[in-house]
Design a protein around this ligand. Structure first.
Ligand SMILES: CC(C)(COP(=O)(O)OP(=O)(O)OC[C@H]1O[C@@H](n2cnc3c(N)ncnc32)[C@H](O)[C@@H]1OP(=O)(O)O)[C@@H](O)C(=O)NCCC(=O)NCCS
Length: 210
C-alpha cells in the first residue's frame, strides 16, 4: 500500500470514529450551556427570553415536527414554488420525519411556543465528515434579532467539538436574504455545489471547521 493510500485510509478511519462518537450523543449540545438560552428584545423593547433544546427525531414532540413543516411552508414555500423544484409537501414532511434527524428548537420561555428550529445531522458527505444543516427556519416576527446566527453558531460549536470537517447546507438561489445571511456567517459555495452549466435552483454552501 502506498503512503498516500495509508494516509487516506487513516483519515477515513479517524472520520468514521468522529462520526460514530457524534452520532452516539443523545444531546450533542449538552456540553455547551452557553447555547441553551438566548435573550433579545421584542419590537416594544421588552426582553424576550428563549430556551434552546437539542433532540433526536424520536424524542421530538410530533406537534413540533408538524409546526416545523408549516413554518418551512410559510417561510420558503413561495421560493420553492417560484423555482424549478416546486413545493413538494410530501417530500418535505418525509424529510423532516427521517429517523436520523436531529432538531435544535428555540422556544419562547414565557409562552412555551416554538419560534425557530434547525434540523441537522452528522454525516459523511463525499468522504468528508460534516454537520449537515437541512433546515433553518425562524418565525417571521422573531427574525432579524440575531437568533438564526446564534443557532448556526450552536451548530458550528457542535461540529467543531466532534471534529467534523465542515458545516454544509443548501439554499435556494432565489432566497437572496438566506444567501446573504449565510455569506455573512462565512459560508461559501461548496466544491460539491452544482456547476453553472447544471442550472440548479439551489446552491450548496459550506464552512470549514478545521
Ligand atoms: C434566514 C434566517 C434563518 C436568518 O435568521 P434570523 O434570525 O432572521 O437572522 P439574524 O437575525 O441572525 O440575522 C439576519 C439579519 O439580521 C441582522 N440582525 C441581527 N440582529 C439584528 C438586530 N438586533 N436588529 C436588526 N437586524 C439584526 C443581521 O445583521 C442579518 O443581516 P443580513 O441578513 O443583512 O446579514 C431567517 O430570517 C429565516 O428563517 N428566513 C426564512 C427562511 C430561510 O430563508 N431560511 C434559510 C434558508 S433555508
Amino acid at each position: 500500500m502506498s503512503v498516500t493510500e495509508t494516509v487516506t485510509r487513516n483519515q477515513a478511519t479517524t472520520q468514521q470514529k468522529c462520526l460514530l462518537v457524534a452520532n452516539q450523543q443523545t444531546d450533542p449540545l449538552a456540553n455547551f450551556p452557553e447555547y441553551l438560552s438566548y435573550k433579545c428584545k421584542r419590537e416594544d423593547g421588552t426582553e424576550l427570553q428563549l430556551a434552546l433544546k437539542c433532540t433526536r427525531k424520536a424524542e421530538t414532540d410530533p406537534k413540533v415536527i408538524k409546526w416545523a413543516f408549516k413554518l418551512a411552508e410559510r417561510n420558503v414555500g413561495p421560493q420553492y414554488r417560484a423555482c424549478s423544484l416546486g413545493w413538494q409537501p410530501k417530500i418535505k414532511q418525509a424529510d423532516l420525519n427521517k429517523t436520523w434527524a436531529r432538531y435544535l428548537v428555540a422556544t419562547e420561555v414565557a409562552t412555551k411556543k416554538p419560534v425557530a428550529y434547525t434540523m441537522f445531522r452528522f454525516d459523511l458527505d463525499y468522504g468528508r465528515s460534516v454537520l449537515y444543516c437541512y433546515e433553518l427556519q425562524v418565525e417571521s416576527e422573531y427574525q432579524r434579532k440575531g437568533l438564526g446566527a446564534f443557532m448556526m453558531k450552536a451548530l458550528e460549536r457542535m461540529a467543531q467539538h466532534f471534529s467534523m470537517e465542515r458545516v454544509v447546507l443548501t439554499v435556494l438561489k432565489n432566497n437572496e436574504d438566506g444567501m446573504r445571511f449565510y455569506q455573512r456567517l462565512g459560508y461559501e459555495v461548496d466544491e460539491m455545489s452544482p456547476g453553472k452549466e447544471e442550472n440548479a435552483a439551489y446552491e450548496i454552501m459550506s464552512k470549514s471547521m478545521m
